[in-house]
Design a protein around this ligand. Structure first.
Ligand code: BTN
Length: 265
């Protein structure tokens, strides 16, 4: 499978050497975190055919069966303070939409902060995790992405059928997982070159694809549910919301769960 993925990339692709493929793994993010701790270089990439413990944000599971998706994690070692990486998940969302478009000819939208959405259903998600050294400096960034590629609606368990979709449910032509994996790696490599130099352009692109903006969102904060309208995403990737009293508040992704319900996005 690794060779099949590499066959879709230029022979001199800079991250080809440090790409690892596993048919089954617990979680590509968890595995890459261990590799990061052991000194693996910038650009190390772990791709799996299935995950037994795929993870999403806020401790959720990410459904990762064999033959249905691309499950990928990339290690970046950017040598910068964590504050300069606040836009990373949004920027990665933009990059993953580019990969999907290059491979399948459709452009997903983005549900703040980290979901790829097509026709109001979740196509994939991004889980960004940072590791720190003993001085509190960023040691590594683990950028994990799962995109549902193959399979029919019936291949999803009943509880996901109404809220999740895959590329093969959205386009007439079958999309190969290895071609999608290669497009994702290539788009992440391109993103790495733009992350700090084209921050504004990436965030402008994110806003234009962000399906949450202008929508009513419900926020879980300190055990209370608030209803508000999403009005903007700032340069750091935080969501700006307008409360019923007109007050604007900033919401960071780790702080609250925004329920822009699937089907009502
Ligand atoms: C989410 O939906 O909240 C994010 C899902 C992220 C899933 C990907 S699949 C590859 C990588 N490994 C994981 O365990 N999670 C991410």
């Amino acid at each position: 499978m690794k060779d099949r993925i590499l066959s879709h990339l230029p022979p001199d692709f800079p991250w080809g050497e440090s790409l690892y493929y596993y048919p089954v793994i617990d979680s590509t993010n968890t595995h890459l975190k261990a590799l990061c701790k052991n000194g693996s270089p910038h650009g190390t990439c772990v791709i799996a055919g299935s995950q037994t413990a795929g993870r999403g944000r806020l401790g959720r599971q990410f459904y990762s069966p064999e033959g249905m998706g691309v499950y990928l994690s990339l290690l970046l070692r950017p040598f910068c303070p964590a504050e300069e990486l606040m836009h990373l998940t949004c920027a990665a969302g933009v990059a993953m939409c580019r990969a999907v478009e290059a491979c399948a000819g459709i452009c997903p939208q983005l549900k703040w902060p980290n979901d790829l959405v097509y026709q109001s259903k979740k196509l994939g998600g991004i889980l960004t995790e940072l590791t720190f050294d003993c001085h509190g400096n960023v040691d590594g960034v683990i950028l994990g992405v799962g995109i549902n590629c193959c399979g029919t609606p019936e291949d999803f368990p009943p509880e996901l059928r109404e809220i999740a979709t895959s590329l093969s449910c959205c386009v007439a032509k079958p999309v190969s997982a290895d071609a999608l994996a290669a497009a994702m790696v290539a788009a992440l490599w391109e993103l790495e070159g733009q992350l700090f130099t084209q921050k504004e352009a990436l965030m402008t692109q994110y806003r234009s694809q962000c399906i949450t903006l202008g929508k009513e969102v419900s926020l879980l904060r300190e055990g209370k549910t608030l209803t508000a309208v999403a009005v903007d995403v700032d340069a750091q990737g935080s969501l700006q919301i307008r409360l019923p009293n007109g007050q604007i508040q900033t919401v960071s992704s780790g702080e609250v769960s925004v329920r822009g319900l699937y089907g009502y996005l």
